[in-house]
Design a binder for this molecule. Structure first.
Ligand code: AP5
Length: 200
């Protein structure tokens, strides 16, 4: 199995790159944001529960997201691997993911941190807002999402650095170039069991 986490601020390209990596390596793409939006769209009980958080750019409580992720991930423990996109997003989620994988005797191979300037993030999301239909793609909620990222999620960098699992990727380049760099790093890891320590 090849199991990856991808994280970074809103609009850094997590979803875009996850889809490409999943296709290239035959992995299952688990996007916590897509799962929640799907529940909201279907107006399920969970959707009703999480709508207010997602639309305001706030994090859904850990216990809710953990339950949803476990339920999905468990179906794929015999697959070629999973790329977790947008999860974990808090230290509690990261610790719980480690425990979950450990119990299943599964290794988390690499954690990809996407680095993109704030002004570029803003431009991307305001550009997407025109046709995404996402209630959180607007100026006010963008600033909330950024604040939440800095307060709750950015600290995962140190958490995974201590585990020597972090791959830092400059996500400012064109989509295809970013994908190629990530693929090179994954291939290097698969061959040498080591992760590039420099920003690529
Ligand atoms: P989520 O869906 O994860 O939103 P996000 O983190 O704000 O990220 P985005 O989906 O907006 O962006 P992305 O980084 O995936 O970039 P993308 O590839 O789309 O979460 C939404 C909400 O759900 C959260 O706010 C929270 O409420 C809740 N939630 C989710 N997970 C949770 C969790 N674990 N715990 C608690 N709550 C949770 O690209 C963005 C745009 O940029 C696109 O238009 C794309 O085409 C473009 N683009 C991508 N790459 C490039 C590039 N290299 N150059 C130019 N343009 C690019």
């Amino acid at each position: 199995m090849l199991n990856l986490v991808i994280f970074g601020p809103p609009g850094c390209g997590k979803g875009t790159q996850s889809a490409r990596i999943a296709e290239r390596y035959g992995l299952v793409h688990l996007s916590s944001g897509d799962m929640l939006r799907n529940e909201i769209e279907k107006d399920t009980t969970l959707g009703k529960q999480v709508k207010k958080y997602v639309e305001k750019g706030l994090l859904v409580p850990d216990h809710i997201i953990l339950k949803k992720i476990y339920k999905s991930a468990i179906k794929y423990i015999n697959s070629a691997g999973i790329i977790f996109d947008g999860f974990p997003r808090t230290l509690v989620q990261a610790v719980m993911l480690d425990r979950f994988l450990h119990k299943k005797d599964i290794l988390l191979d690499m954690v990809i941190l996407m680095l993109v300037d704030r002004s570029e993030l803003y431009q991307r999301l305001m550009g997407r807002a025109e046709d995404s239909g996402r209630k959180d793609d607007n100026e006010k909620v963008f600033h909330v999402r950024m604040k939440v990222y800095e307060k709750e999620t950015h600290c995962l960098k140190n958490y995974y650095k201590k585990q020597s699992k972090i791959l830092q990727v400059n996500g400012m380049e064109p989509v295809g170039d970013v994908s190629d760099k990530i693929a090179n790093a994954i291939n290097y890891y698969c061959k040498n069991n080591r992760i590039y320590s420099k920003v690529i």
